[in-house]
Design a protein around this ligand. Structure first.
Ligand code: SF4
Length: 338
């Protein structure tokens, strides 16, 4: 456990700000105690949390906010969790340990005294049971320095509470999944316009989980590869190659924006319809023909005689070449779907 330093200066804290109501309330409580609060937003590799909401929340509380990008180190935590997963690929306990470790480093970096969150005992099955919360504090290196103001009244006191630097009487005792106590508290603090409670983590989504599992099995080059997992249709052609097709103009453009320099872009001859991104290095003519067949299947030419698609490497836009599509039925496609 980190020992009390009995500082007499104004306390300084790092607050984990998601933009949801609980993190706003926690920050309000801590700020009301006269603590200097610095907000920290953890951005998922695939960017599923709303950074704009977090910024809005920080502005409304009147605190600075820094954005911390979770990268390949986070992906390794998701790939090999020590404490198991929830209903999908979500390794909630390990995820929290990873995030709090990084928060602890930021705390040390700016010379803050503690980290706080808007967590509530019993709100989440895996990571917010009393036992898990203690384990997470311990394994992240924040034991005694991790304050959960919404439920601190029923948790072991932190170093700051023991030293009388944080008034334990002003800590809440909220438990469970009901949101009523938070809504009452929001009224008391005149908090309005907050986003819905967090719950949109893509790792809890079965479809996204299938795709990230596929990426872990077949390899990825950097965390940006996982961004496109949330868009389009995904087909695995071989252990080395997979393709993604946009389902609308926005997805087509997003897929091109996040393509790797080694990827290939494929489109219909008249540019209408889906854009296909072929992932993998130096595809054979057979792989290109299969990708072209998938592209034709999702175009206005579905079921017609094979047509030639055009393709080019992301890094050589002027190297456009034709490839005749392989004729594929839905039955051929199904086993390849990710
Ligand atoms: S729901 Fe997602 S973000 Fe939240 S703790 Fe679990 S894995 Fe992490």
């Amino acid at each position: 456990m980190i020992q009390s330093t009995h500082k007499s200066h104004q306390l300084k804290a790092v607050g984990m700000i998601s933009g949801g109501l609980d993190s706003i309330l926690a920050a309000k409580i801590v700020k009301d105690l006269g603590v200097e609060v610095h907000g920290l937003f953890m951005k998922m590799p695939w960017g599923c949390c709303d950074q704009a909401h977090a910024q809005q929340a920080a502005d409304s509380i009147g605190i600075p906010l820094i954005i911390l990008q979770l990268d390949e180190r986070y992906l390794e935590t998701v790939r090999n969790p020590r404490h198991g997963r929830g209903t999908a690929m979500n390794p909630c306990v390990d995820c929290r340990v990873h995030m709090f470790r990084r928060a602890a480093r930021y705390m040390e970096h700016i010379g803050a005294d503690f980290v706080f969150t808007g967590e509530v005992v019993g709100q989440r099955m895996m990571s917010q049971k009393k036992q898990s919360m203690a384990l997470i504090a311990r394994q992240s290196g924040l034991e005694g320095r991790l304050l959960r103001p919404l439920c601190a009244g029923i948790l072991e006191p932190t170093v700051m509470e023991e030293a009388g630097q944080i008034d334990r009487q002003r800590m809440m005792r909220i438990t469970g999944r009901s949101r009523k106590p938070q809504y009452l508290l929001a009224k008391r603090y005149s908090v309005e316009g907050y986003s819905a409670p967090a719950g949109g983590c893509l790792l809890t989504d079965q479809k996204f989980s299938r795709r990230i599992k596929d990426v872990f099995e077949h390899g990825y080059r950097n965390f940006r590869e996982t961004i496109s997992l949330k868009w389009g249709r995904h087909y695995r052609l071989s252990p080395e190659f997979k393709c993604i097709l946009g389902r609308n103009m926005d997805e087509n453009m997003a897929l091109i924006r996040y393509a790797h320099p080694d990827d290939i872009i494929m489109q219909l001859p008249d540019n209408h319809g889906p854009t296909l991104i072929l992932k993998g290095i130096n595809p054979s003519p057979q792989i290109l023909a299969t990708a072209a067949g998938i592209l034709q299947h999702f175009s206005k030419h579905k079921g017609q005689a094979s047509i030639a698609m055009k393709y080019w490497p992301v890094k050589q836009r002027n190297l456009v070449q034709p490839i005749q599509a392989q004729e594929l039925s839905a039955d051929d496609l199904n086993p390849m779907k990710v």
